[in-house]
Each structure stands twice: as structure tokens, then as C-alpha cells.
Design a protein around this ligand. Structure first.
Ligand SMILES: Nc1ncnc2c1ncn2[C@@H]1O[C@H](COP(=O)(O)OP(=O)(O)OP(=O)(O)O)[C@@H](O)[C@H]1O
Length: 310
């Protein structure tokens, strides 16, 4: 086991930020920690890294207890924090060299690792620039290069794509997948469900300091009642028709808002054909119809009654 967190409890004053938070990560996984703002993702990462103390529970990394002085463990961890933490007075190269130098003494080997990591995140052409000369997306990539240059076995990234342009975001997500292919175990926190769907093989959903669901995206989606959302774009529909659809045993809810009739279905059994026949028989016309499979937001909504997004 690469990470084993058991029953972490963490208070900030009277506020309980982690409420018996537990997590296990196996070698080779890309684990996504998904939760809305304030759900406790950063707190759990900071406790995991022994950057924060906690009230009770335990943290083991690579089978050993993690403490603030566990330098042997820390050498094998790469951390990319939410806030970009680089030195303004150092160039791109010097920044990565500094962070890599915390773990690698041999300057020749270090230069090679720094060059490799800059190449990896696409910053080779910027190595002589200073952070203030980089765009937000490039700064994020520098932040990542600083965290991974020493080739850690475990890489922890806390919301590394917040406020980055789509090009840098894609590059970052591809880089993470590549790091995993090269052998690193990854823990990735985000509140963007699309990102965990894209890159994570296992997802932990957290809310109010607790794990509320975990599994692959397929497992999470099949664990909920919603199986399909059928949407019709139309100008109008009678209350009677809405009631008729709502009364169907496979329909969980029906809503008509801003020209879209949304029907939430609990069975994967082709209700669409039945609906189309009903629309035809009752002369209900529509512009478009489409069917959507559930999202992780639906999983979150069904468990907590809230939207994942703010
Ligand atoms: N130093 C602190 N003092 C008091 N409360 C804090 C502190 N740090 C975090 N909190 C509170 O603890 C809760 C969890 O915060 P945390 O930053 O871990 O959440 P998060 O899921 O990482 O959120 P975000 O996605 O916004 O980064 C939030 O309600 C936050 O306001």
C-alpha cells in the first residue's frame, strides 16, 4: 500500500474539517479526490504530508508512519500545491534546480533531471525566463516541474488546473497520465468532475470532511438510481403531459425549464421509444431530443442532495 490513512479527525478551532477521513492508495493508481470547495481536500493532503497536525487517526506512506521529520519518505514524494510556490528572483531553470536540489546533491545528475522535467512540461524554451514573465498556465507547469523533477514514486497534486487556460490544462492532464505510465502513483484533488473522469482509475468523493463514495467512475455511476437523463427541446408542453410522464414507474423526476423538458429515468430500458410514441400520439412537437448518461455530479447530488459545482 502506498498510502493508508485511517480515521483522521482535524478541527480548526471548533470547526471539524476532517471527520474520520480514511483513504487507501495502491501502487500504480491514479486516485482522484473529488469534492466541492471547502470539503476538506487540501486539509487531508496537508495532514497526509505531515504539514498539518491532526487530532486523531493515523497516516502511513510506503508502510511507514508519516511524521514531519520523515525525510526518507518525503524524498519519494512529489508535491504540487494549489498555490504556485516559486521564487520570483530565480529563473525557471533555477527554480526547478532549487527544488530538485532538496533531494538530489549530484549537480550533473540534477541538471539532467531539471532539463528532463522542463522538457516534460513544455518549458524548455522558457528556462531563462523569470516567473513574472510566464502566463498563469505556464506558471502552473513550472510549479509541476518543481514538484516532479526528482522523479518521486508518489505524486500529489492539489487542484493543479485551477484558473489555467484549456491548452495548459490538457497538457497538465496528459503529463499526469504520462507520469503514471512511467511508474508514479498519483493522488489528484479537484472539484472538476470531468478531470477525474478523464485521468483517474479510482475516485473518492468527499463532502464535509468525509468520504461519501468511492470506486471507478463506472462503479460510482451504476451505484445510483439515475440511469439516464432524456432531454427534449420544445416550446411548450401541458401540465397533463408532464404528469403523465412523471407517473411512469421508471421515471424519477420530470422538470420543464427554459424550453428543456428533462426526464430522469431509473432504468436502462429504452424509455425513449415509449416517450417518442407518446409525443407522436399526443401531437407534442419538439426540436431536439437527446439522452445523457449520469455524471459524477449526479452521483454527488443523489448522495448529498447538493450540486458538486457551486
Ligand atoms: N487554517 C484554517 N483555519 C480555519 N478554517 C480552515 C482553515 N483551513 C481550512 N479551513 C476550513 O476547512 C474547510 C476545509 O477546507 P479545505 O481547504 O481543506 O477544503 P478544500 O476541499 O481543499 O477546498 P477548496 O476546493 O476550496 O480548496 C473549509 O470550510 C475551510 O474554510
Amino acid at each position: 500500500m502506498v498510502i493508508e490513512i485511517k480515521d483522521l479527525v482535524k478541527h480548526y478551532g471548533k470547526f471539524k474539517a476532517l471527520d474520520k477521513f480514511s483513504l487507501e492508495v495502491e501502487e500504480g493508481e491514479v486516485l482522484g479526490l473529488l469534492g466541492p470547495n471547502g470539503s476538506g481536500k487540501t486539509t487531508s493532503i496537508n495532514c497526509l504530508l505531515a504539514l498539518l497536525t491532526y487530532d486523531s487517526g493515523s497516516v502511513q506512506i510506503f508502510g511507514k508512519d508519516m511524521t514531519p521529520s520523515s525525510y526518507d519518505i518525503k524524498r519519494d514524494i512529489g508535491v504540487v500545491m494549489q498555490n504556485v510556490a516559486v521564487f520570483e528572483e530565480l529563473t525557471v531553470f533555477q527554480n526547478v534546480d532549487y527544488f530538485c536540489g532538496l533531494y538530489i546533491n549530484d549537480s550533473k545528475k540534477r541538471k539532467q533531471l531539471v532539463d528532463e522535467s522542463l522538457e516534460f512540461v513544455g518549458l524548455t524554451d522558457f528556462k531563462k525566463k523569470y516567473p513574472k514573465e510566464l502566463s498563469g498556465g505556464l506558471l502552473r507547469r513550472l510549479n509541476i516541474a518543481c514538484g516532479i523533477a526528482h522523479k518521486p514514486k508518489l505524486i500529489i497534486l492539489d487542484e493543479p488546473t485551477v484558473a489555467v487556460d484549456p491548452q495548459s490544462r490538457n497538457r497538465i492532464l496528459e503529463n499526469i497520465q504520462e507520469l503514471n505510465r512511467l511508474g508514479a502513483t498519483i493522488v489528484y484533488t479537484t472539484h472538476y468532475m470531468e478531470e477525474v473522469e478523464q485521468i483517474c482509475n479510482r475516485i473518492i468523493i468527499m463532502d464535509s470532511g468525509k468520504v461519501i463514495a468511492s470506486g471507478s467512475k463506472e462503479e460510482l455511476k451504476s451505484s445510483i438510481q439515475i440511469k439516464e437523463k432524456i432531454k427534449f427541446e420544445l416550446d411548450e408542453i401541458s401540465e397533463e403531459a408532464i404528469k403523465h410522464i412523471d407517473a411512469h414507474e421508471d421515471v424519477m423526476a420530470v422538470a420543464f425549464e427554459k424550453g428543456i423538458l428533462e426526464i430522469i429515468v431509473t432504468k436502462d430500458n429504452g424509455l425513449l421509444m415509449e416517450l417518442l410514441a407518446y409525443f407522436k400520439d399526443n401531437n407534442i412537437s419538439f426540436d431536439k431530443v437527446y439522452s445523457e448518461t449520469p455524471t459524477l455530479n449526479d452521483v454527488f447530488l443523489e448522495i448529498t442532495g447538493k450540486e458538486l459545482r457551486d
